[in-house]
Ligand binder design. Structure first.
Ligand code: COA
Length: 338
């Protein structure tokens, strides 16, 4: 058995459970035809989205708590076993306390600490890296990583460029240690570049533009996007990083069971799969039903594909995302559940 310098056993992190929650309320493309100048054909052909969900009864912590409870139920696990909760979100219930604290209380995770992490559409990958490090340190045995966003709370429903794209949802994974260093979390490459800040943002409510009558009048509390620029950067960012992580792990296209891409636009996903040389059916998809749920897209995909019996132990998965910041990255995991 390998040991680290302080005699702790070297362990890797692996995903040992999944769970999800999506709201019941469905907004299809025809609904948007009634509120902005758009149509179903444009939305489907330019984005791949047919419908998305809207949370009407709760906040991000409520959606997150439901996703974690779903995970715990599927594992028959007691919430008191959780050591830490990380919530990736850009739509926290409020600035503080952290959404993770509210989730901790809602699910009764008495022995957990936790915090929120903000990396927009790359949030789940950044949180997974952080959670995996807590496990690899040897100091945590059960870490829950949540990706959750209530995008409907920050959308401008008069802006056809953005309101049709996003949806609400939450999903969670459980990370636990494994002594098999060739299983679970194998490699990752994450980036951020603040030069991208001007292309996708919500200006208001922070220390730069505190809430005021003017900030409300100027729409500072809603998401703004330069779609064309973000699209161009996302295609390059996601494709380059996915190919890089394949190459440095000597993975050929036939070795990859699935690309697990952030769901921003079906055309970005297709371009990434093409660059990786993998067929489109090997790219996980839920954008048609949920739109872009920001931090939730990737764990929602993992939960649905696993529960549909499409994943098997040992499968090579490349998780890949691009988002506001800019932030982007890819993570290579060997799936651990049968
Ligand atoms: N319905 C109909 N027309 C629309 C529309 C809608 N919902 N939204 C935009 N348009 C119009 C534009 O106003 C523009 O019209 P104009 O030429 O008269 O000005 C035209 O369609 C083309 O706009 P463009 O931005 O070039 O469209 P696009 O093909 O790039 O698609 C997005 C727009 C937003 C779908 C696309 O740019 C995108 O997906 N961007 C990245 C999104 C993303 O990844 N965001 C999250 C971070 S990961």
């Amino acid at each position: 058995m390998e040991t680290s310098r302080n005699n702790r056993k070297l362990v890797n992190a692996e995903i040992t459970g999944v769970g999800m929650y999506v709201p019941e309320k469905v907004l299809d493309n025809h609904y948007f035809e009634t509120i902005v100048d758009t149509n179903d054909e444009w939305i489907v052909s330019r984005t791949g989205i047919k419908e998305r969900r809207k949370e009407e009864n709760g906040a991000t912590s409520d959606m997150s708590a439901k996703a974690v409870m779903d995970l715990l139920k599927s594992k028959n696990m007691d919430p008191e076993e959780i050591d830490a909760i990380i919530v990736a979100t850009v739509t926290p219930d409020m600035f503080f306390p952290a959404t993770a604290c509210l989730v901790q209380e809602k699910i009764g995770a008495k022995n957990a600490w936790g915090f929120d992490l903000s990396a927009a559409c790359s949030g789940f990958l950044f949180a997974l890296e952080t959670g995996a490090s807590l496990i690899q340190s040897g100091r945590h045995k059960k870490v829950v990583v949540v990706g959750a966003d209530k995008m409907s709370s920050i959308l401008d429903y008069t802006d056809r460029n953005t309101c049709i794209i996003f949806g609400d949802g939450a999903a969670a994974v459980l990370l636990e240690p494994t002594e098999d260093l060739d299983s679970g979390y194998i490699d990752s490459k994450l980036h951020c570049d603040g030069k991208g800040a001007e292309f996708l943002y919500m200006k208001g409510g922070g220390s730069l533009h505190p809430c005021s009558h003017e900030s409300l009048d100027d729409g500072y509390h809603q998401l703004v996007q330069d779609g064309k620029t973000v699209f161009k950067e996302a295609v390059k960012g996601m494709a380059d990083i996915s190919v890089e992580i394949m190459e440095r792990n000597n993975l050929k296209s036939e070795d990859v069971a699935y690309l697990v891409p952030h769901q921003a636009n079906k055309r970005i996903i297709d371009a990434t799969a093409n660059r990786m040389g993998i067929p489109l059916e090997k790219a996980m998809l839920n954008i048609d039903r949920y739109g872009n749920t920001t931090a939730a897209t990737i764990p929602l995909c993992l939960t649905e594909y696993y529960r549909a019996g499409k994943l098997k132990k040992g499968d090579n998965l490349i998780l890949s995302a691009f988002g506001a910041g800019f932030t982007w990255g890819a993570i290579y995991i060997k799936w651990s559940l049968d």
